[in-house]
Design a protein around this ligand. Structure first.
Ligand code: NAD
Length: 705
């Protein structure tokens, strides 16, 4: 950052000379322009265009704001200010990306392309202005927002700014000329990596890459703008490097490398966008005009495709899961009982997210281990030593359970044993404060059973975290008939407040995710019995789009845990459930528990599964044997009202079990495929392999049949 410091010093020296004084645009209300913008002209002839979209917390790119930007540009062309600054008035950042509502349900690629061409003409006019244009960026500057910033001549970032193209996560690539502009501004290999991975660059890295021309602090912004207008800030544009790497032979040599690396992560038939982007650059990277034309066409194709439409659907599903009404009071103090695998991580996560946490265990050594694990988490997830210290200060080891009477929420995470849990809950109930919520993290015991030990079972709910807590976004919030709606609402709000996604389900064996996942995992074991190699079984599920096959997933979850849950489901469900192979129980007894013990179905070296490369490719019909039991269990959960609707099921299985996101969730997939067809296939499989495939009545009565 030495150069930046020099530039800043120079700016300071220039401050009086150019006489900008202490201008701070964000303090000025300016004059409204349309519905999305405000503007004002400062005493030095510089116009400040402030984006402040109504009724939203973050600015987004949509037709209206672009049309108004077009009008601002037209006006400036006549008025000729000395410079133009584009800034956001929102606290959280510049622009968060495109408004996805405009792409929801689109089917006509030609129409999308035509609309985008209009948008391109606006950013082109911005870029072509003869007046210096400066984007001043704080917070996030993503997707379409970054494309607007790229159309400005200069970019000034505040230290908290971050830049990225997350489109690939929605099955897209940039569509507002970002592909051509970024590959001409910075090293094209760096640009392609940003677009292919969706990874963000923070201000410092963006400056190093040449994406921004200066990183400064708020109090220096006015002076920095003055320096740009006076032509005193050198551009960081990497034009020579860009021209060299965009040269055809280099593109032709690098594109296959990019394709290979991308194919290691995703398949083109599931996620076409990154491959389309590589092709775009390989073919047209030498000509910005051609690249932007092709970008439009490619974007139109992708956005109307099934993958993107499903990923957009999931984006809104996630928003819906997060945006529950916040009727309940927030939890400020959580007391966790049991500092084992789950309790320790739940406690650490809550402390990281700002709650006061007391963590109890009967064994001091468990508390010591938990503190060590929490330290590692804080080290990974915080940005400064102060944040780390604060998180650690919020977490207190509590051997005597002093936190019980102070906590708003108590989460029990002791071993899966009904008597033990009943005893602990009954003890907690006596000491907890009035109005507090008592929760269990049980993965298989019905809440009604635990509630039998309580005087006030209405305060009891399930808050079922998945392992590992820091990675798994979903948390099942479980209600039972006696639970008070207030307690359930408080639990759901707590889950959202700690940045996880709640799926509200009714108490039932295995709740929703384990109930749906277990038939899929068990079918994989039965396939092993048929001498199909584990690699072939996993490959069948991965070809369907699962991020990990069922055999590897079972190893990951732990074979002992799989066995417990499977036994419990077999005992409690009325539907036919597969018999567990005897060898599976022996395997668990002999200590082969999966990844955690170094050996399960696979052997693990440095935490990675050793797989044979010579296993035969899966028969395409294999996927149905695995996936249909999962769909059938989801259907049963709907029939039995464990989940209220298909959105709950889709959200839970995507965020809790990694169900192929580009398929939009299991029930969405079933709807697309047709319920009648699903039912017929299940009947055929039941004829071949037994009653465990018997179709649930859900497939008869639902609208998509
Ligand atoms: P664990 O065995 O790792 O930890 C349990 C902890 O509870 C131990 O530290 C133990 O010392 C402590 N404990 C036992 N009796 C106690 C008592 N009377 N008072 C205070 N502490 C006591 O168990 P875990 O894997 O963390 O599972 C805890 C709960 O979470 C279980 O109900 C389990 O079903 C559920 N769960 C586990 C997973 C998983 O993957 N491990 C996932 C989801 C839910």
């Amino acid at each position: 950052m030495d150069k930046a410091t020099d530039v800043l010093k120079a700016i300071h020296a220039d401050r009086l000379e150019i006489g900008l004084g202490a201008l701070n645009a964000s303090d000025s209300p300016g004059t409204a322009f349309g519905t999305c913008w405000r503007w004002h002209r400062d005493g030095h002839g510089v116009e400040w265009w402030l984006l402040d979209m109504p009724d939203v917390s973050a600015n987004l790119v949509n037709e209206k704001m672009l049309a108004e930007l077009g009008q601002l540009i037209a006006r400036a062309t006549g008025d000729r200010p000395r410079g133009i600054v584009i800034r956001s008035s929102k606290r959280n950042g510049f622009i968060a990306g495109a408004d996805l509502n405009q792409f929801r349900g689109v089917t006509d690629a030609g129409k999308v392309t035509a609309k985008l061409a209009e948008a391109h003409s606006i950013t082109d006019r911005l870029e072509a202005l003869k007046i210096p244009t400066i984007a001043v960026i704080h917070g996030f500057c993503l997707g379409g927002g970054l494309e607007i910033a790229l159309a400005c001549h200069t970019r000034i970032a505040l230290a908290n700014a971050s830049f990225g193209f997350p489109e690939v996560q929605l099955g897209l690539h940039p569509g507002l000329d970002g592909t051509a502009r970024l590959t001409r501004l910075i090293d094209p290999l760096d640009a392609m990596t940003m677009m292919l991975t969706g990874r963000r660059k923070f201000a410092k890295a963006a400056y190093a890459a040449g994406l921004v021309d200066l990183v400064t602090q708020e109090r220096h912004v006015a002076a920095a703008v003055g320096a740009v207008v006076a032509g005193k800030l050198p551009s960081r544009r990497r034009a020579n490097r860009a021209a060299l790497v965009n040269f055809a032979p280099i593109r032709l040599a690098m594109a296959p490398v990019m394709r290979k690396r991308t194919a290691e992560r995703v398949r083109p038939e599931h996620y076409p966008a990154p491959f389309a982007l590589i092709e775009l650059w390989r073919k047209y990277g030498g000509s910005p005009v051609e690249m932007r034309r092709r970008e439009l066409e490619s974007f139109g194709r992708l956005v109307t495709g099934e993958t993107t439409q499903n990923l957009i659907r999931i984006f809104f599903l996630r928003e819906a899961m997060k945006s529950m009404e916040r009727k309940a009071d927030p939890v400020r103090h959580v007391h966790v009982v049991g500092a084992g695998t789950m309790g320790a991580d739940i406690a650490a996560w809550c402390a990281l997210k700002g709650l006061t946490v007391t963590l109890a265990d009967m064994k001091p050594e468990a508390l010591a281990k938990a503190a060590e694990r929490a330290g590692k988490l804080f080290g990974k997830e915080t940005h400064s030593s102060i944040e780390r210290r604060d998180a650690a200060d919020r977490l207190t080891a509590d051997l005597r359970g002093a936190g019980v009477g102070k906590a708003d929420l108590i989460i029990e995470a002791v071993p899966e044993n009904l008597e033990l849990k009943q005893k602990i809950h009954a003890g907690l109930e006596v000491h907890m404060k009035p109005g507090a919520v008592l929760a269990t993290n049980t993965s298989s015991i019905r809440l009604e059973e635990i509630g039998k030990a309580l005087k006030s079972p209405e305060n009891l709910v399930g808050i079922h975290f998945f392992n590992p807590v820091a990675k798994m976004q979903l948390v099942e919030v479980i209600r039972h008939d006696a639970a008070a709606p207030k307690a359930v609402a408080a639990a759901a709000r707590f889950v959202v407040d700690i940045d996880r996604l709640p799926a509200q389900v009714h108490s039932a064996p295995g709740f929703l995710v384990n109930r749906a996942l277990m038939p899929y995992l068990l079918e994989a074991l039965l396939l092993l019995d048929e001498k199909i190699p584990p690699e072939t079984i996993d490959a069948a599920a991965e070809a369907f789009g699962m991020p990990m096959g069922p055999i590897e997933l079972a190893d990951e979850v732990g074979l002992d845990i799989c066995l417990d849950v499977a036994r419990m489901l077999k005992q409690s469900l009325s539907q036919p459930f597969p018999d567990l192979p005897a060898w599976f129980e022996h395997k668990v007894k002999s200590g082969e528990l999966g990844r955690k013990s170094g050996k399960g179905f696979y052997r693990y070296v440095d935490g990675k599964a050793r797989k044979s490369a010579s296993s035969p490719a899966p028969d395409p019909a294999l996927a149905d044997r695995l996936i249909l039991p999962l769909l059938n269990a989801c259907a049963a959960c709907l029939t039995e009202k464990v989940a209220a609707d298909t959105n709950v099921v889709d959200g839970a299985l995507i965020f809790g079990a990694g169900f192929a996101p580009f398929r939009g969730g299991p029930m969405h997939y079933a709807k697309r495929r047709g319920h009648a067809e699903i039912k017929a296939t299940l009947e055929r499989l039941a004829g071949q392999y037994g009653p465990r495939f018997r179709p649930d009545p859900y497939w008869d009565g639902s609208p998509a049949s």
